[in-house]
Design a protein around this ligand. Structure first.
Ligand code: SF4
Length: 171
């Protein structure tokens, strides 16, 4: 339960730090490329992956072996976007980092699986660095009393598990 909560906090933190697509391009983050995947080769992940040093925990939906690498797969429901959302990219990057720490081999990419559409997102050094920056920001924000809302998206607040206790909720 605690592990799931930890992951929930991490994901919420990443979502809070979501930035616009333009900022992503400026930062040199990968946008993801459409690929075909054979879902039969995907293996369910039984236990969460943990990086105690970073205090990071997460469980990708699947792991797939490809050309000697282990690649995390995250499944997203709902209407597939034209390009992966930044929050999904950062979540996938966190899984790539955890796979690297757990299995000792850096995955070249992760896969975001939307309904009828799959994207490969390269796990570049730039993406890893952006992820580590955001994790550091989250840790800094944990000690602050007031963290400003980072978006104007009421729909996001409606789906947020912290809505009932958040004084900045838009919904
Ligand atoms: S309710 Fe809205 S502003 Fe508050 S934490 Fe959730 S997403 Fe952020």
């Amino acid at each position: 339960m605690m592990l799931h909560l930890a992951l929930l906090f991490i994901i919420i933190g990443l979502v809070l730090l979501w930035q616009s697509r333009r900022q992503r391009a400026q930062a040199g983050l990968p946008g993801g490329r459409l690929i075909y995947t054979d879902t039969q080769a995907w293996g369910r992940v039984e236990k969460p992956l943990i990086d105690a040093q970073l205090g990071l925990t997460g469980k990708p939906d699947y792991l797939v072996q490809r050309e000697g690498s282990i690649i995390p797969v995250e499944v997203k429901s709902g209407r597939p976007p034209a390009a992966p959302y930044d929050s999904h990219i950062f979540q996938l990057a966190a899984y790539c980092l955890l796979v690297h720490k757990t299995y000792g081999k850096r995955p070249p990419c992760g896969i975001l699986h939307y309904t009828g559409r799959d994207f490969a997102v390269d796990y570049t050094p730039q993406l890893e660095s952006a992820l580590l920056d955001r994790l550091a920001e989250i840790r800094r924000d944990e000690s602050r009393r007031d963290v400003p809302r980072s978006h104007e998206d009421a729909a996001r607040c409606r789906k947020c598990g912290f809505r009932s206790v958040c004084d900045q909720s838009l919904a």
